[in-house]
Write a protein that binds this ligand. Structure first.
Ligand code: MG
Length: 350
């Protein structure tokens, strides 16, 4: 059976440049794919949105491969996307799945969302309004300024959190061992839910990950009581399995957009009842709908009583509102997810 394949590349300015450990990020690029089954008229959507710095494919590579598939690929062609293009594989898998069933699973009504705090001492001024709005999980980017200055702010920040609230720290891989140890000593006995990616290094060509950094992360996870979370370390297929095999005792931050074989990764995580936090890859409403459906289904099946807050408190992301997923709010409702309209995003790109 032949399917009808179309794709449109996008290049969308963020409302404000995103500060990352890899520098400032002003324009999001990616590809939206549209698959149609001419026999049924069903349409499926997908988005390939690689994150620069995570070490997976480029948008150009995704678009190049889509061009070679042509307008009427067979299902076999779509199943043979190279493993080096995990984001494109995810996009096509999402679109194909929607051709047979587009009714989302019946799952929980809403999930909590983590509030994003600005780096540095601006975070202190931001907490009260976010707490007032109803957020109870807060995420603070660290590793941006000098470690001593940031550590000195931690107690002030914790003092401003509402009762029962928890703080996530995200170092985006910025720390060396000594800095990570200083932080983790300080985090003990404070309401820190986890520290995300204390250290990271892009693996050498031909290697899946940097063995020195892996050892450092495992060592830190064993030496300190505050849980650690992997984010940059889970950049594509096989990483979840490798870290499970290494006995990672902490949290897995899963950006569904980056996993070509997401189902396998989630099955492996569920089998060992791993702690999972779902997170945005700063995608458009097309990718967000798919990622959030995955998050709702997982939480309903695995952690219905005590879901962890979603890492989707990023919106509105884009200057052009037609591309935005849900705006950041303390809770995300199923209706918010189902209201997202891939076709509107597609039309906005024509
Ligand atoms: Mg992170």
């Amino acid at each position: 059976m032949s399917l009808l394949l179309q794709f449109r590349a996008y290049s969308l300015p963020f409302r404000a440049p995103v500060r990352t450990a890899h520098g400032s990020w002003a324009v999001r690029t990616g590809v939206i794919v549209r698959l149609e089954d001419p026999a049924t008229g069903h349409v499926g959507w997908g988005e390939a949105s690689p994150v620069p710095g995570f070490g997976s494919e480029t948008v150009e590579a995704d678009a190049g491969l889509l061009r070679t598939l042509g307008a009427q690929p067979g299902e076999g062609d779509l199943a043979r996307i190279p493993p080096g293009l995990p984001c494109l594989r995810r996009a096509l898998a999402t679109a194909i799945a929607a051709l047979t069933t587009d009714s989302p699973p019946e799952v929980g009504a809403f999930l909590p969302v983590a509030a994003l705090l600005p780096a540095g001492k601006e975070a202190l001024a931001t907490v009260p309004s976010k707490a007032e709005a109803g957020f109870r999980t807060f995420k603070w980017k660290v590793g941006v300024g000098a470690a001593g200055d940031e550590i000195a702010l931690l107690d002030d920040l914790c003092a401003r959190l509402p009762d029962g609230a928890r703080l996530r720290l995200d170092a985006n891989g910025a720390w060396d061992r000594r800095t990570a140890e200083r932080w983790l000593e300080r985090c003990a006995e404070r309401p820190v839910e986890f520290v995300e990616q204390p250290a990271f290094a892009r693996p050498a060509p031909g290697q899946a990950s940097d063995p020195k950094v892996n050892d450092l992360l495992l060592g830190l996870a064993g030496d300190f009581p505050t849980p650690l979370a992997l984010d940059e370390s889970l950049a594509g297929d096989g990483d979840v399995e490798r870290w499970l095999g290494a006995g990672w005792p902490g949290v897995f931050v899963v950006k569904p957009a980056l996993h070509g074989d997401l189902e396998t990764a989630l099955t492996q995580l569920a089998r060992v009842k791993a702690a999972v936090v779902f997170s945005s890859a700063l995608e458009t409403a097309v990718g967000m709908r798919s990622a959030l459906r995955t998050a709702f289904a997982w939480q309903a099946a695995q952690t219905p009583e005590k879901p962890r807050a979603l890492g989707f408190g990023v919106g509105p992301l884009f200057a052009d509102d037609r591309f935005n997923g849900p705006a950041a709010a303390p809770f995300l409702y199923r209706e918010d997810v189902e209201r997202l309209n891939p076709e509107a995003v597609w039309n906005a790109l024509s």
